[in-house]
Design a protein around this ligand. Structure first.
Ligand code: SGN
Ligand code: CA
Length: 523
């Protein structure tokens, strides 16, 4: 290889300047820190600041504090309602077909591509990701990472270490993820801005609460959603073929916490049996606390069921109640985590110059349409919570109506850090909305779901505007269209209704426009 004199001089100048340039940006105290608290499957309906039907029975005071002191985005959505793909959209600012992580199939995130984390790290930020990652390849763009393998476990979980080893920790995953996040904050270089991504497994299936929260909602009546007994009429017949019903598909031991040995010879309609992986991981002390909560309730249920006191409808209601209580109790530790992180920022004089965000990879059904799980472009799983605090920038108590999407996070972080947004990024920076909550960033959203059959949800692709939603199901060549104002629960497909022909034309054109704009692949 030949080197010209100019190349050698340029290299020397670069070597001398490089550390100095990093120092320069590091010393730039105007650049805000970022604490991104991200959970898994946390529905907006289970965050009290969003004011849904569960707000009173299951308050989330710490997440609500972020909303009170900052902004709560009322129309925040994902681009693909499933875990790994949502995370890839966040890192890259691009739709799934562009970042390549289209489904949770274990293929692995291509970490050679651009991510905001890499850029921010290169610009002098200290970066860390701790907790659930679920992208199958090691994190890149982080000075420190400690992640759960795959979905991870709730009790006594294993964390993957940067040196390739795996370590098991005694305790509850949400608390451990928070402990590790705070430890990282404590040991960081205090002269540099930082990005911390604290990513919880909770409240993902199997909805296993922290022991200290077991029974905390025992005395609370949990309201049932109006569509708990949805019969799936007036929409695609595909909906009735789902495998995500509380009634037919929740498993007794795994989801509902009624073990085979507690059930005895009682015949109960069942779907699959996934066993009791979390219970099997517990120490004897942990099990004793778990059993003290569940065993008497399970015995009473078995007795009543055997005595014929529970009819089919009541059985669904019992399952809903059990599911919702576990889910909402699991959320409590996530809210505690937010409280601990906010306290750390307060105690260390960091609150003022730190952006704090709470979000979750997609929404979730809490009995709406009779479902658990996500995936569909219906509101409950399409929506993501997004609350953000940035003192001095965001007016406290803001409630922006702008339709935002997870592909917007990367460009927002770039602009916050004073960095240029690459041309290829498909999302928009939210800075205009953070400055002025009446601003919007788009008129319509593009959605694409590519999974191949889990929970029997077919692939579908659509557009949502402020007032309407249209999506296409290639497998059955069907279109579904909903009037979000008249029918917020999305119970009637108006695609073939002549009264909507003008809207239908306009939405179809918008859908095609977005597909061209984003260079979406054929079905
Ligand atoms: C697991 C769950 C599913 C869930 C997917 C995706 N089954 O497969 O119920 O839909 O994860 O969730 S389980 O038996 O493993 O609990 S995601 O959050 O990773 O997208
Ligand atoms: Ca998820």
């Amino acid at each position: 290889m030949k080197f010209s004199i100019t190349t050698i001089y340029a290299s020397i100048i670069w070597l001398v300047l490089c550390p100095w340039m990093t120092e320069l940006s590091a010393a730039d105290s105007d650049r805000p820190n970022v604490v991104f608290v991200f959970s898994d499957d946390h529905a907006v309906n289970a965050i009290s600041a969003y004011g849904g039907p569960l707000a009173e029975v299951a308050p989330t005071p710490n997440i609500d504090r972020i909303a009170r002191e900052g902004a709560l985005f009322q129309n925040s959505f994902c681009a693909n309602s499933i875990c790994g793909p949502s995370r890839a959209c966040i890192l890259t600012g691009k739709h799934s077909h562009k970042n390549g992580f289209m489904r949770n199939d274990g293929k692995g995130f291509d970490s050679s591509q651009w991510t905001f984390a890499k850029s921010i790290q290169a610009s002098g930020y200290q970066t860390a990701v701790i907790g659930k990652w679920h992208l199958h390849t090691d994190p890149v763009g982080f000075d420190y990472w400690e992640i759960l393998p795959g979905q991870g476990h709730y009790y006594n979980p294993v964390f993957l270490q940067m040196d390739g080893s795996q370590k098991k920790f005694e305790g509850y995953v949400t608390d451990l993820t928070t402990d590790k996040s705070i430890e990282w904050l404590q040991q960081r270089d205090k002269d540099k801005p930082f990005l911390l991504m604290c990513q919880h497994k909770a409240p993902h299936r199997t909805f296993a609460p922290a022991l200290r929260h077991l029974g905390s909602l025992d005395e609370v009546e949990i309201p049932e959603p109006a569509t708990l007994f949805d019969n799936y009429a007036n929409r695609s017949a595909t909906l009735a073929k789902n495998e995500m019903e509380i009634d037919r598909h929740m498993t007794w031991a795994y989801d509902l916490k009624l073990r085979d040995d507690e059930r005895g010879d009682l015949e109960l309609p069942s779907f699959r049996n996934y066993g009791t992986p979390e219970y099997n991981r517990m120490t004897s002390e942990q099990r004793a606390q778990w059993d003290a909560h569940f065993a008497p309730k399970n015995a009473e249920f078995v007795r009543d069921y055997r005595a014929g006191k529970i009819n089919d409808r009541q059985l669904v209601q019992w399952k809903y109640r059990r599911y919702a209580q576990n889910y909402l109790e699991t959320v409590k530790a996530v809210d505690d985590s937010v409280g601990r992180l906010l306290k750390y920022l307060d105690d260390n004089d960091l609150a003022k110059n730190t952006i704090v965000i709470y979000s979750s990879d997609q929404g979730f059904y809490l009995g709406e349409h009779g479902w658990f799980d996500k995936r569909w472009m219906f509101e409950e799983s399409f929506k993501m919570p997004f609350v953000i605090r940035w003192p001095g920038m965001i007016k406290p108590g803001s409630r922006p109506e702008a339709m935002i999407q997870n592909i917007d996070y990367a460009p927002t972080f770039m602009e916050c850090a004073g960095l240029p947004i690459p041309e290829e990024v498909q999302g928009h920076s939210l800075m205009p909305v953070l400055r002025d909550s009446s601003k919007k960033v788009r008129d319509s959203l593009y959605y694409a779901y590519y999974e191949l059959g889990e929970h029997a949800v077919p692939q579908h692709f659509g557009v949502r505007t402020k007032d309407h939603k249209l999506f296409y199901l290639p497998a059955t060549d069907e279109w579904q269209m909903f009037d979000l104002n008249k029918d917020p629960s999305e119970l009637v497909n108006v695609y073939h209704n002549p009264e909507y022909s003008a809207v239908r034309t306009q939405l179809s054109q918008e859908y095609e426009r977005l597909r061209r704009k984003f260079d979406a692949p054929n079905y």
